[in-house]
Design a protein around this ligand. Structure first.
Ligand SMILES: [Zn+2]
Length: 338
């Protein structure tokens, strides 16, 4: 029996829906059964009936939303397959943040892979992306324009280390999203020889603890609480916090704060300027343009569906390669993690 890909998965206002299995992938509204790719808040929302995800993603959802984040949970290991109403689903590493997965959906010999958010660069804080052969590959396109080439993270973290040497009296405040980016930045600092204590904003504490409990060494982390200590105690120190915290009065109490921000968007000079970022660090947990193309070439699917981001350029590139492509126009994904 031939099945059209659109019969297996289609886009609805709630997200990607599989009618045969009666489940959604990363739904943006509460549904009876959800398969979740990763813990970023635009993909993992509270209030679903049943949730299938990797154990790490379930743990992260519990940390962020509390014990009753869903009705019923089921952990699926990488490489394991689960039958959901006659549809075979599997989870495969996406290399985006800890626990992040691509989800394969298979029926009657047709396989679609919904990759969620993913990247191909080296990141010791999560399992690396795995290429999964499929008929239809669903990809994000957050940085889906030829202008987006991400530099090596090691080079970017080197800029931060140089700045600390140049301005030893200033407190370096590094904005990094609390799930994934913050832990990656800390780990990059450690891997590039920085062994001093790193101070973290309270909003990062539980997720950093969780990463450590999962075997990701982050070195000496201490709370960046100013109440009890003199701001001069943070002279020349690195303080990591969510970008929003650096708009607050909290940040201005540090000693001559120097604001850095680790994000793929720091490629766009205007964004750094608007945010008052003195030291932009282009460190992304998404693919840049060459990585997107390389991934599609490797998988060589019959069709590519493009979700959130800059769909047009990638759709056009696929068509020029002889691969059918279309944008899915899903709404509600704001790339929290980058
Ligand atoms: Zn994400």
């Amino acid at each position: 029996m031939n099945m059209k890909p659109e019969q297996l998965l289609n886009s609805t206002p709630k997200g990607l829906y599989c009618p045969a299995g009666d489940f959604y992938v990363d739904p943006v509204r509460p549904v009876a059964r959800a398969l979740i790719t990763h813990g970023h808040s635009d993909h993992a929302r509270a209030g679903h009936g049943a949730v299938l995800a990797t154990r790490q993603t379930l743990d992260i959802m519990r940390i962020r939303y509390g014990e009753d984040f869903c009705g019923k949970e089921q952990a699926v290991a990488f490489g394991e397959t689960v039958d959901v109403n006659g549809v075979t689903v599997g989870f495969h590493p996406a290399g985006h943040v800890l626990g992040s997965a691509q989800i394969s959906v298979e029926m009657n010999g047709l396989r679609i892979v919904a990759s969620g958010d993913y990247k191909r660069g080296i990141d010791p804080t999560c399992a690396p992306f795995e290429t999964v052969p499929c008929d239809v590959f669903i990809t994000e396109a957050t940085f889906g324009l030829p202008v987006f080439h991400h530099p090596l993270p090691r080079v970017e973290i080197g800029k931060l280390l140089t700045s600390i040497k140049q301005f030893p009296e200033r407190t370096h405040l590094v904005g990094a999203y609390s799930l994934g980016k913050a832990q990656r930045v800390i780990r990059l600092l450690r891997d590039n020889g920085y062994s001093d204590p790193i101070y973290i904003h309270g909003a990062l504490a539980r997720l950093c603890d969780y990463y450590v409990s999962e075997g990701i060494d982050l070195g000496d982390l201490r709370p960046a609480t100013l109440e009890k200590s003199d701001p001069s105690a943070f002279k020349g120190a690195i303080v990591v916090g969510p970008p929003s915290a650096f708009q607050e009065r909290w940040a201005r109490r540090f000693n001559e704060p120097l604001i850095a921000f680790a994000s793929g968007w720091m490629m766009v000079r205007q964004r750094a300027k608007q945010g008052g970022v003195e030291l932009p660090l282009v460190i992304s947990d998404h693919c840049d343009w060459p990585e997107l193309l390389e991934t599609i070439k490797e998988i060589s699917p019959q069709a590519v569906w493009v979700t959130h981001g800059r769909e047009e350029a990638l759709v056009r590139w696929c068509e020029l390669q002889g691969i059918a492509a279309k944008p899915l126009h899903l709404v509600g994904y704001e790339d929290e993690g980058d």
